[in-house]
Design a protein around this ligand. Sequence first.
Ligand code: THU
Length: 161
Amino acid sequence: MKKERLICPYTVYDHLEELDPSDAELLRLSHEAARNAYAPYSKFNVGAAVRLANGEVVTGNNIENAAYPSGLCAERVAMFAAMAKYPNVPFEALAVTAYSTSKTIDEPVAPCGACRQVMVEVEQLSKQPLRVLCQGETGPVFAFDGIESLMPFIFLDKFLG
Ligand code: THU
């Protein structure tokens, strides 16, 4: 028997000026996208922005439904829209941000497990690490270089045989 330990490296940016301008712009577009959220039930408005290798940026926002599970997270809206509009174009980075009308979100939003699983697939298809940038409405930015830092013990297609 032996105990193992996982290391999930990420970078914390306390100031936007520390970021590469293209990452700062992606975050800005994500904040902008959050304004389009349809979140009457949770009041948790999420934005996401995907930067592709062809230079295009595709945004998304969460969309809720009275039948709760029928809604979709901002990240998956953005990723699926990018894949629909630009099939086969690798993903470089994804930013996710949020604001709420009931409290100030000053810590980074952590993508849900289902979105992380989709990021895994996207990263594999892209054949390059996916940079994931997370922020609240304000506060620090966490940057993950590669989905494995966000999602260890990934379920991979290789298990399917
Ligand atoms: N949500 C996202 O859009 N992304 C996340 O990473 C976490 C949660 C949405 C789903 C739902 O509309 C609301 O936030 C509250 O869970």
